[in-house]
Design a protein around this ligand. Structure first.
Ligand code: SF4
Length: 443
C-alpha cells in the first residue's frame, strides 16, 4: 500500500487479483489506474494505491516473473476443466492489513478490471472492500467493466460502473461525487508527478508506457478499436521526457511499451522517439509484449530497435494463411513478414529473440492452419509463440465465435478464457492444441 499525505478528499485505488488457470507477469501494471492516480494527485486529491498484483516471485533479469499464486476453488462453470485454478497476487491477509493501516477512510474507492474472465478475483476484492469500508462509494472501471458493462452492473455489487474510455471523464465523475475543486498542484506538475503514479510503488522493477492510443487497423478478433476510439500519438519529445524521468530519477531500466500500434506512422513518431533516446544517451531495456506491426519493421527501424536496447521483440503475425489474414483485417502478409524477419536478423537479433505470436483456436480454424503457421515461422528462423484465441465482446469475430462455441459466451464471461479453447471443435480439439504446444516445448 502506498500512501500520500493529504487533507483533501482521499481516493483509494485498487488493482484486483487475477483468477485464472495460468498467469505470468509480463511487465503488467494497471496503467489506466496509475494515469488516473497521477491526474488526481496533480489536482490535489490524496491517493492511496493498492495493487493486488504487486507480488512477483522468481523475478527474471528484465523484471518479469511469476506472480505469487494461491490455489482456489474453480467457479462452477469451469468445474469440468481438468486444471488447477488460482488467485494470483498478494495474499488476502495482506490486502486486509493494507486496508487496516490506512490513516483515514477513503472518500471514494476506484477499482479497475482486466480480462473479462478474471472477474471472480475482482468480485472478491469488491466484496472484501465493501465489508471493510461500509458506505464508501465504489467506482468500477477498466476493461471488463467496459466490455461487459451489463454483467458488471448486474453482478459486481459496486455503486457505479464506469464504461467510458477517457480518463478525464473519471476526473469529472470524482469531482461531481466529492464536490472538490480540481486545482492543479503546480509543485507536483513541476516535478512531473502528473505522470502515471509509478512512484507510489515501494520498488520499481519496471514501468510501462504508452506513446500512442488506439490503432488504425480493425482486426476482427481485437478489442482495441472498441476500447480506444480512433488512433492518436503523443508528442515524441514528451514521450522521451517520460522515459528520461523514470530512468534517471527513479533508476528504472526496464520499460514495456503498452501501445497497440507503436510502429504506425513511424517517421513522425517511433523514429523521432528513438533518435531522441539515442541523443540523450538513455540506457534501458525496452520490451514490446503487446506485439509490433510487422509491416513497419524496415531496415531503419530494426537497426534503431537493436541500438536502443529493445530486448523483448514480439510480432503480431497470428497466421500464415493468406485467406485468414485478409478475412481478419489484413494487417500483414507473408512477404512483409519474411522481410521484417530479415531486417531484424540483419540488425543483430537472433531468431530465438524474435517472438512471433500465432493465434490458435479461431472460430472454424483447422489445426492444419496452425501447423502451417508454426512451420512457416520456423522456416524464417523466428520463434513461434502460440496465443489461444479469446472471444471478446464488441469485436466482429465475437458473433461468429458465439455461433461456433459450445459455451455460452454471451452470458458467461468465464467462457472467454483462452485456456479452455472456447471455439474448440472437431477440426481443432484440445488434444490437437496440447500436441502443438508440446511440440514447441520440445524444440
Ligand atoms: S490486432 Fe493489432 S493491428 Fe489489429 S486492431 Fe488490434 S492492435 Fe490493431
Amino acid at each position: 500500500m502506498f500512501h500520500v499525505k493529504h487533507s483533501s478528499p482521499h481516493i483509494l485505488l485498487v488493482n484486483p487479483w487475477i483468477t485464472d488457470f495460468a498467469a505470468y507477469n509480463f511487465w503488467m501494471k494497471p496503467l489506466g489506474l496509475l494515469n488516473i492516480a497521477g491526474l488526481l494527485r496533480e489536482k490535489g486529491f490524496g491517493i492511496t494505491l493498492i495493487d493486488c498484483l504487486d507480488f512477483s516471485i522468481n523475478k527474471k533479469k528484465y523484471g518479469d516473473g511469476k506472480f505469487l499464486k494461491t490455489k482456489i476453488e474453480k467457479p462452477d462453470s469451469l468445474k469440468s476443466v481438468p486444471r488447477n485454478y488460482s488467485q494470483y497476487g498478494i495474499p488476502e491477509e495482506m490486502l486486509l492489513k493494507r486496508f487496516s493501516i490506512l490513516e483515514e477512510n477513503p472518500d471514494i474507492i476506484g477499482i479497475t478490471s482486466g480480462m473479462t474472465y478474471w472477474y471472480p478475483g475482482l468480485f472478491k476484492v469488491i466484496e472484501i472492500t465493501k465489508k471493510f469500508f461500509r458506505n464508501v462509494p465504489i467506482i468500477l472501471g477498466g476493461i471488463y467493466a467496459t466490455l461487459c458493462y451489463e454483467h458488471a452492473k448486474n453482478h459486481s455489487g459496486v455503486d457505479i460502473v464506469f464504461n467510458g474510455r477517457d480518463e478525464l471523464e473519471i476526473l469529472k465523475l470524482i469531482r461531481r461525487l466529492t464536490g472538490f475543486e480540481l486545482a492543479p498542484n503546480s509543485e507536483l506538475r513541476a516535478n512531473n508527478l502528473q505522470y502515471p503514479a509509478f512512484d507510489l510503488y515501494p520498488q520499481l522493477d519496471y514501468i510501462c508506457i504508452s506513446a500512442s492510443k488506439g490503432c488504425p487497423f480493425a482486426c476482427t478478433y481485437c478489442a482495441s478499436p472498441f476500447l480506444s476510439k480512433g488512433f492518436s500519438t503523443r508528442d515524441p519529445l514528451r514521450v522521451v521526457d517520460e522515459i528520461d524521468y523514470w530512468t534517471k530519477k527513479h533508476g528504472v531500466n526496464n520499460i514495456a511499451f503498452y501501445d497497440d500500434a507503436l510502429l504506425v506512422e513511424p517517421s513522425r513518431h517511433f523514429i523521432p522517439i528513438m533518435q531522441e533516446v539515442v541523443r540523450r544517451g538513455i540506457h534501458c531495456n525496452f520490451h514490446t509484449p503487446n506485439a509490433l506491426h510487422i509491416r513497419e519493421v524496415n531496415e531503419e527501424i530494426a537497426v534503431l530497435m537493436f541500438q536502443c536496447g529493445f530486448k523483448t521483440i514480439r510480432l503480431g503475425f497470428e497466421t500464415s494463411n493468406e485467406a485468414t489474414q485478409i478475412e481478419t483485417g489484413g494487417k500483414v502478409d507473408n512477404h512483409e513478414f519474411r522481410q521484417a524477419i530479415k531486417n531484424l536478423r540483419r540488425a543483430g537479433y537472433s531468431g530465438e529473440e524474435i517472438g512471433v505470436y500465432l493465434m490458435v483456436g479461431l472460430p472454424g480454424q483447422r489445426v492444419g492452419e496452425a501447423e502451417e503457421g508454426i512451420a512457416f515461422v520456423k522456416g524464417t528462423s523466428a520463434n513461434p509463440m502460440l496465443v489461444e484465441y479469446s472471444p471478446i465482446p464488441h469485436t466482429p469475430l465475437f458473433e461468429k465465435a458465439k455461433k461456433m462455441s459450445q459455451f455460452d459466451l454471451e452470458n458467461e464471461p468465464l467462457y472467454h478464457n483462452n485456456s479452455i479453447l472456447p471455439c474448440q471443435w472437431d477440426g481443432f480439439t484440445m488434444a490437437d492444441y496440447r500436441r502443438l504446444k508440446e511440440g514447441l516445448r520440445r524444440d
